[in-house]
Design a protein around this ligand. Structure first.
Ligand SMILES: CC(C)(COP(=O)(O)OP(=O)(O)OC[C@H]1O[C@@H](n2cnc3c(N)ncnc32)[C@H](O)[C@@H]1OP(=O)(O)O)[C@@H](O)C(=O)NCCC(=O)NCCSC(=O)C[C@H](O)C(=O)O
Ligand SMILES: [Mg+2]
Length: 284
């Protein structure tokens, strides 16, 4: 599936140490999974989690879901061994935490080979260097680490995420400038459906491709929020039809629902239909 056409509505973290959760995920309707060896795994469980994850991924069973492995940082005692163990287990991407610069991405690329690299964007320096990180030729995805970022920025939690908006937007700008996927951070209160829905809507409005999740109960809300709605699909079809009719009549502009439709709106309309098609293919 083409990188940007592929759906990334729901991206579920699973601690690499939890065999039951690793098994459960095979039946969850998520678009992607982050198999975590970093913060969700206790220090004393690092080696066992790495071995369990290597065995689990090699055995397979995750169907079309994108498989992303979050390793420990290369400046930790576990990072290099994580890379060695995860290199050839069929991961679609390796996610590097706390990326500060393009040089961090290159350090992983030197150990990894050709597997695509995703970056956790969660440090002040990383946010300031978002453009050079996104421009790295092996970098194909950003994941916002809003917990680490809030910690480093010394922000307080706010439902509107106002203290984080500049960082989120800098990452989106860099991602869009370089054709990189951008996934929003987690919503920690995993039993608060209303709060999650509001944060998903905010992330979707800003332009994120999907949301990282920590619990299966969050999946349906993210899938709905980041999919094109029926109304958006209907509008896209009507815009394309109206624009094609206008073009056939020698005009460069059409009008739909009282609003002008130009070539650039047709690009968005086609992307909407293409995403809806990709979701249907994944779910089918
Ligand atoms: C938050 C949890 C610790 C809650 O776990 P638990 O109490 O076991 O939840 P439930 O009893 O409600 O679980 C019901 C069933 O669902 C399975 N389950 C739970 N979580 C997951 C999951 N993430 N993926 C797959 N399956 C899951 C349970 O096994 C139960 O299954 P069953 O018994 O068969 O019915 C727990 O949800 C959890 O550990 N979540 C993940 C936490 C995590 O990964 N954190 C790290 C990522 S967040 C982060 O680091 C952000 C970033 O770096 C930043 O800086 O912001
Ligand atoms: Mg983090």
């Amino acid at each position: 599936m083409e990188q940007l056409a592929r759906p990334y509505r729901s991206v579920l973290y699973i601690p690499g140490s939890k065999a039951r959760a690793l098994e459960k995920a095979k039946g969850l309707p998520v678009d992607a999974i982050i198999f975590d060896l970093e913060d969700a795994v206790a220090v004393e469980e690092k080696a066992a989690a790495r071995a369990l994850l290597a065995e689990t991924l090699t055995a397979g069973g995750y169907g079309p879901r994108m498989k992303i492995v979050r390793i420990n940082g290369l400046d930790t005692e576990w990072g290099a061994a994580d890379v060695a163990a995860m290199k050839n287990v069929g991961a679609d991407a390796i996610l590097l935490p706390k990326v500060n610069s393009a040089a961090d991405v290159q350090a992983l690329a030197d150990l990894l080979g050709d597997t695509p690299i995703w970056a956790m964007m969660e440090t002040p320096l990383g946010i300031l260097n978002a453009a050079e990180i996104a421009a790295h030729p092996q970098l194909t995805g950003f994941v916002l680490g809003t917990n680490d970022l809030a910690k480093d920025l010394n922000t307080r939690f706010r439902a509107d995420r106002e203290p984080l908006l500049t960082s989120l937007q800098l990452c989106l700008l860099a991602a869009r400038a370089h054709g990189v996927v951008a996934i929003d951070g987690v919503y920690n209160a995993f039993k608060d459906e209303e709060g999650l829905r509001a944060e998903c809507e905010q992330g979707r409005d800003m332009g994120f491709d999907g949301k990282t999740l920590i619990h299966p109960a969050q999946v349906a809300i993210a899938n709905e929020a980041f999919a094109p709605s029926e109304a958006e699909i209907d509008l896209a079809k009507r815009q394309i039809a109206a624009f094609e009719a206008a073009e056939a009549a020698g005009q460069g502009v059409a009008v739909v629902d009282g609003k002008i439709v130009e070539n650039l709106h047709i690009v968005t309309a086609r992307q909407t239909l293409s995403k809806a098609k990709a979701i249907a293919a994944l779910e089918g």
